[in-house]
Design a protein around this ligand. Structure first.
Ligand SMILES: NC(=O)c1ccc[n+]([C@@H]2O[C@H](COP(=O)([O-])OP(=O)(O)OC[C@H]3O[C@@H](n4cnc5c(N)ncnc54)[C@H](OP(=O)(O)O)[C@@H]3O)[C@@H](O)[C@H]2O)c1
Length: 331
């Protein structure tokens, strides 16, 4: 068999595979409940594509789903075994009826709901965009969920030129993008982080400040004329400090402390994802104006270790799972 025939033969066998590996869990609990399972290969329905996943970002929300934190609050009560993962990048290998503009072999990134830690997934074509050629798989896999959350927040808080913005947990997956988007909109950004991440925040264009007791005083010393808006990506004392700074409550947004939203009269911000939003983020990255820091990469089989990494609550940027299966690389 010549090389071309061999490749085509391999592709056909890949496309015909009737199972795939995915990370699942059978009960709520610590990271060790995660295991690899053989699941039926999903088939693209009308309006959908099937993607051979190359990379999937890990979010704190995945850990909260796995641990049962969400279930205790009546959120997302799907039957077991359950999958995880909301952001991914990969290669299309099947296109459903009615899909225009995408074909097998296209490299894409996108978002889903609890399906991305897998060798393959199906997703509406409206939830993917083309991966820029120069974007690494790890970055592409880590952009769609956290990036769009940051984009939504900066938009909802109306960040613009002349604003001084306080970003809590600025070095994290969401904070990293929020800082840069706020800077691109012409704002001055003060970001909270541990001392280890202060140089990192400076590299993103933010002025770093330590979180913890006395935060409002430290921020006041940096911005004596006041702060115009605050984004809470931390949930740990961030709202109290923002209120103590006298920021208009309509311009204080939390991604985390929804239980305090009504009582304090601040904004609860939930990610609103769209192809346009993701295209804008991908274009900013391609133009060298948005940096995504990936701090750790783990193979799919090491999802439990990746969860421990995210769950420790510290560190900069994103943690990513990579899919190294042979068929995932064939296209
Ligand atoms: N509402 C939504 O739609 C939505 C969407 C996505 C995410 N979220 C939520 O947003 C939050 C941030 O997500 P993420 O992906 O950015 O998380 P992440 O990457 O795990 O961020 C962790 C960051 O928190 C910082 N941190 C730790 N302790 C802190 C403290 N006491 N005060 C302030 N910062 C502290 C750490 O900084 P150091 O390393 O310097 O300590 C670290 O950089 C999570 O709670 C997530 O569930 C909500």
């Amino acid at each position: 068999m010549d090389t071309r025939n061999a490749r085509e033969g391999h592709l056909q066998s890949v496309q015909a595979a009737d199972t795939m590996q995915a990370v699942v869990f059978d009960d709520y609990g610590p990271p060790d409940v995660l295991r690899l399972a053989e699941l039926p290969m999903p088939q693209a329905g009308a309006g959908e594509v099937r993607v051979r996943v190359r990379a999937a970002g890990v979010q704190p929300a995945d850990c909260a789903t796995r641990s049962g934190w969400f279930a205790q609050r009546g959120i997302g009560l799907e039957p077991f075994p359950r999958q995880l993962g909301n952001e991914f990048a990969g290669v299309i290998d099947q296109v459903g009826d009615g899909v225009r503009g995408f074909a097998p072999g296209d490299e894409v990134l996108g978002w889903t709901t609890a399906r991305a830690y897998a060798e393959a997934l199906t997703v509406p074509a409206a939830q993917i965009v083309r991966k820029p050629l120069g974007m690494s798989w790890a970055v592409a896999g880590a952009l769609s969920a956290s990036g769009q959350t940051a984009h939504t927040a900066v938009e909802e808080l109306g960040i613009g030129p002349g604003d001084t913005v306080l970003v809590h947990a600025a070095a994290g997956g969401v904070g990293t993008v929020a800082v840069q988007l706020a800077r691109l909109r012409g704002a001055r950004v003060i970001g909270t982080a541990s001392r280890e991440n202060h140089d990192y925040l400076r590299s993103l264009g933010a002025e770093p400040v330590l979180y913890g007791p006395g935060l409002d005083e430290r921020v006041r010393a940096l911005a004596p004329k006041g702060v115009d808006a605050a984004l809470d990506a931390s949930g740990r004392g961030a709202l109290d400090a923002s209120i103590a700074l006298g920021i208009d409550r309509d311009r204080i947004g939390t991604l985390v402390a929804f239980e305090d939203v009504q009582r304090l009269g601040v904004r609860g911000i939930r990610s609103r994802r769209s192809r346009e939003r993701l295209e804008e983020l991908a274009a900013l990255h391609e133009a060298g104006r948005l940096r995504i820091h990936v701090r750790d990469i783990y193979p799919l089989a090491y999802a439990a270790i990746a969860h421990r990494d995210v769950e420790n609550g510290h560190g900069r940027g994103k943690v990513v799972l990579m899919v190294y299966s042979t068929f995932g690389h064939a296209l």
